[in-house]
Write a new protein. Structure first.
Length: 80
């Protein structure tokens, strides 16, 4: 069974990026290299949260929640 990672990056400007991947090291390296269009200008960031999920569907649900209004509020409260 493949593991999925839900992760949150915080940019130096205070913005957050929420993502999902099955290879966290590779994905973070892609962010560092500026290979993600959304985080390209956010090269200087901090990894503030990672969760390991055993099921892709559950991982997608959690990512969707983090991107919702309530999820953004919680992220801001915890990591803002």
């Amino acid at each position: 069974m493949e593991e999925y990672y839900i992760y949150i990056l915080k940019g130096k400007n205070g913005t957050f990026y929420k993502g999902i991947t099955n290879n966290i090291k590779k994905r973070l390296h892609q962010h560092e290299l500026g290979q993600n269009e959304t985080t390209k200008d956010m090269r200087s960031y901090e990894l503030v949260h990672v969760e390991i999920i055993k099921n892709r569907n559950e991982a997608r649900k959690l990512e969707k929640y983090f991107k919702s209004g309530f999820g953004r509020e919680i992220i801001k409260e915890l990591f803002g």
